[in-house]
Design a protein around this ligand. Structure first.
Ligand code: S3P
Length: 191
């Protein structure tokens, strides 16, 4: 397992000042990120929401007019901007890890937590969500399987910690995730 969870993430990420949530669509990055930010007294930044706020349109509209490539350009710019800030919980889009520059920026930004989720759980949570253009496929399960095959090695490559929220309520998941982060995050206790 490439994740460094067992190799003392705190020591390796001593300079960490942000918590970065990565993982697939429907992993709970936005919901859990918001709760973590409250718990740790940090600012919550959802990169997709920033893109929507700045463009004034939703993500499907960006995909429709600019294609996925256009969205990725916007995502990269916003990601670089917020990775240069401190004191945040950053929720990334599921595809943010595809770009090597993004992966490097995320690594430098803070403690990276991979929220793991099964394809079955993704389907239950976001399978019918119209706000995710990559899920508008004739076979969403096959699409999610294909995305996972490409992306899971990339999530694993940069993650300090892994957390599996499958089957957990938001309350229980956020409680357990906060405890995991508190045990590994050097900044915790100094806020
Ligand atoms: C994407 C995930 C979405 C959003 C966009 C593309 C992806 O974010 O960035 O629709 O490539 O997996 P969430 O992971 O928050 O759904």
């Amino acid at each position: 397992m490439p994740c460094r969870q067992c190799a003392n993430a705190a020591a390796m990420r001593a300079a960490a000042d942000n918590v970065v949530l990565i993982g697939a669509m429907g992993a709970g990055k936005s919901v859990l990120g918001q709760r973590l930010a409250e718990r740790f007294g940090l600012r919550f930044v959802d990169l997709d929401q920033v893109i929507e706020a700045r463009t004034g349109v939703d993500i499907p509209t960006i995909f429709a007019f600019e294609g996925e490539a256009g969205f990725r350009v916007r995502e990269k710019a916003v990601l670089a901007e917020f990775c240069a800030e401190r004191g945040q919980v950053i929720a990334t889009g599921g595809g943010a890890v595809l770009d090597p520059d993004n992966r490097a920026a995320l690594r430098a930004a803070g403690l990276i937590v991979w929220l793991r989720v099964s394809v079955q759980q993704q389907l239950a949570r976001v399978g019918r969500d119209r706000n995710r253009p990559l899920l508008r496929a004739t076979d969403p399960q096959a699409r999610l399987d294909a995305l996972a095959r490409v992306r899971e090695p990339l999530y694993a490559q940069i993650a300090d910690l892994e957390f599996d929220s499958d089957g957990l309520s938001p309350d229980l998941a956020s409680e357990r995730l906060a405890a995991l982060i508190a045990a590994h995050w050097p900044r915790q206790g100094t806020t």
